[in-house]
Design a binder for this molecule. Structure first.
Ligand SMILES: CCCCCCCCCCCCCCCC(=O)SCCNC(=O)CCNC(=O)[C@H](O)C(C)(C)COP(=O)(O)OP(=O)(O)OC[C@H]1O[C@@H](n2cnc3c(N)ncnc32)[C@H](O)[C@@H]1OP(=O)(O)O
Length: 402
């Protein structure tokens, strides 16, 4: 049993010297969809095979020395499907098989093992939160704290993805996974965003006896990223904001706070490129927030009293994340604010998730209404996920120590 975001050691013993075998990894998600990866190996003289020391040979899901290849190369049988964990209280069951030979059809099964990839570290508490309008789940590390607090926001798609919040809580943070539409009695669609809802969540955390003040952190991905920037710009009590492939312009729905209204950035569907197989590329769909009326959508992040970290996948095809981070940095500095940290990852796409989530190349975009490519190259994307996870934790530890 190990945590999903921890590296794994995989070794086989008792093979014949230099025996050729194929290792296959597989898991079924909660919808029963199968994810698989396989690689071809040759045992050492002593009949041992340790994937941390033995390179995978060509012809499998990956090749070369890839200790975690069997995990980051997992791919779904079902097209446009992404690995998500809906119930963080149960592990994924990873199945490992050793098959004879390198044939394309599976050789004789020589050995197999099952390994649990869990999300909740022992002692981490999962607390559903239905406080006022807030629909969320709070994850608390073991002990009495108080702990540095973070609010975790995903993007367009609705629901309440808890898995990143839960994995972050394993490292000593009190993390609130917050839903904001398409969940229980929250608005069904993302039509209008009122920051007062998010203000309730910030105050809930600041008043919580196990959350250490004076300020909390925000972690936002994609649409959740620009929401975090709007929160940081207008709400009090936010000390650190980490944005993963977010936008510095408000996107997708109007944002309101008291007498302030930020219109969504304009979109030109004609700039959506659709492949012959009907997969969209929306990287150019949004207008430029530096031009004309679209300047109203640029979030006034210079009003924020927090430090910023921008995590950027340089092959992001959802939108121009690096451009957004750079323009956000220019705007902050033009107003005499601290330069934000910007960390760019070549070859990483839009869905930068916690470590060892396999890269999703394309899936249904619930705002666009068609499957879109997200960008990224699996190995580079995996390396980006591992580094970004460390950077995000270090950023919050640095700025939330109270
Ligand atoms: C043409 C004119 C356009 C004009 C307009 C253009 C706009 C062009 C500008 C860009 C504008 C971008 C602005 C937003 C930028 C982001 O935010 S990109 C999206 C980033 N994604 C996220 O942050 C993830 C958000 N959350 C989620 O995806 C959901 O919480 C989860 C994790 C899928 C679960 O939600 P849930 O409601 O419990 O899921 P569920 O009800 O089972 O499924 C809902 C739908 O999600 C999808 N889904 C569910 N599970 C999965 C899965 N494992 N794998 C894949 N899909 C899944 C399915 O489509 C499903 O629909 P059905 O097939 O059931 O009909």
């Amino acid at each position: 049993r190990s945590l999903f975001d921890e590296p794994l050691g995989i070794a086989v013993q008792g093979l014949s010297p230099r025996q050729q075998v194929t290792l296959r990894a597989s898991l079924r998600d909660e919808a029963g969809e199968l994810f698989e990866a396989h690689a071809r190996y040759q045992a050492a003289e002593d009949g041992e095979l340790d994937v941390a020391r033995c390179p995978a040979l060509p012809g499998g899901s990956f090749s070369g020395l890839e200790p975690m290849g069997l995990l980051w190369a997992l791919q779904p049988r079902k097209a446009f499907w992404r690995l998500v964990k809906k119930d963080v209280q149960t592990p994924f069951l990873l199945r490992l098989e050793v098959l004879e030979g390198h044939g394309d059809d599976s050789g004789r099964l020589l050995a197999q093992a099952q390994h649990e990839r869990a999300f909740l570290r022992d002692g981490v508490r999962r607390v559903p939160v239905r406080d006022g309008r807030i629909r969320a789940t709070l994850f608390l590390p073991p002990g009495n704290g108080p702990f540095p607090g973070v609010i975790d926001l995903y993007g367009a798609g609705g629901g309440l993805p808890e898995y990143r919040a839960c994995l972050l809580a394993n490292y000593g943070f009190a993390v609130l996974a917050l839903a904001f539409y398409g969940y229980e009695d929250l608005p069904k669609e993302m039509k209008e965003i009122n920051l007062e809802y998010f203000e309730e969540a910030v105050n809930y955390m600041l008043q919580h006896n196990q959350v250490k003040g004076p300020g909390i952190g925000l972690l936002g991905f994609s649409k959740g990223g620009d929401l975090c920037i709007s929160m940081a710009s207008f709400l009090k009590g936010i000390t650190a904001t980490a944005v993963i492939n977010g936008s510095v312009a408000n996107v997708g729905a109007v944002v309101r706070y008291k007498d302030v209204t930020i219109p969504p950035l304009g979109v030109n569907p004609k700039r959506i490129k659709v492949s012959k197989s009907g997969i969209g590329d929306i990287i150019d769909a949004l207008n430029n927030p530096l031009e004309g009326a679209d300047r109203q959508s640029f979030i006034p992040l210079e009003k924020a009293e927090c430090r910023f970290l921008f995590i950027v996948g340089q092959d992001d095809h959802n939108w121009k994340s690096e451009f957004f981070a750079t323009e956000g940095s220019k705007r902050l500095q033009a107003h005499g604010k601290e330069k934000p940290e910007i960390i760019c990852y070549p070859g990483a796409g839009h869905y930068i998730e916690p470590p060892f989530f396999p890269m999703c190349a394309a899936s249904m975009h619930l705002l666009v209404g068609m499957p879109v490519i997200w960008g990224g190259e699996p190995k580079a994307h995996c390396e980006a996920q591992i580094d970004a996870w460390q950077q995000i934790q270090a950023f919050f530890h640095r700025h939330l120590k109270g």
